[in-house]
Write a protein of this length. Structure first.
Length: 155
């Protein structure tokens, strides 16, 4: 009986060890992606004002910017471990989409329509691409240059 209790607590501890770093990386990557999206959106709004683009076009400009932020979120999520890039990129993009959708519904207090579907269709592939790019990116080990990292022979 005691062995079964120990095995259950060990299994819970193992699950916590697996999911805790994932949750921390997810929160970090979502926070950074939201900050990047806000900066890109501010830059796009400033460009719209300076170029006399109609403000009604801003939602169509925001969709590629959200895709770029989803790419960054997928990249940041997968980069430390360099595996499961497609799955983790998709999950991160879906979480980022849920955050943006919740914020939009709180602001607008109405259903979003086709722009929400288009946003989802833009963000999921971008997040997956960011995860795959991070998983397959060469150069895993850090290279040090200079006197300490130099492998030259002294003559």
């Amino acid at each position: 009986m005691m062995e079964m209790i120990k095995s259950k607590t060990e299994a819970k501890d193992r699950r916590r060890e697996v999911w805790a770093p994932f949750a921390r990386r997810l929160a970090l990557s979502l926070g950074l992606a939201l900050a990047l999206f806000a900066l890109l959106l501010c830059a796009a709004a400033a460009a719209c004002l300076s170029l006399d683009i109609a403000p009604g076009r801003l939602p169509m400009i925001a969709i590629p910017l959200a895709g770029a932020a989803a790419f960054a979120a997928g990249f940041l999520q997968v980069r430390p471990q360099r595996r499961q890039g497609l799955l983790l990129g998709l999950l991160t993009a879906a979480a980022f989409y849920a955050v943006l959708l919740a914020a939009a519904m709180m602001i607008m207090r109405a259903a979003l329509g086709t722009n929400a579907v288009i946003l989802l269709l833009a963000m999921l592939p971008c997040g997956a691409a960011g995860g795959v790019f991070a998983a397959n990116r060469p150069g895993g080990e850090r290279r040090s240059f200079g006197k300490r990292g130099s492998k030259r022979r002294r003559r």
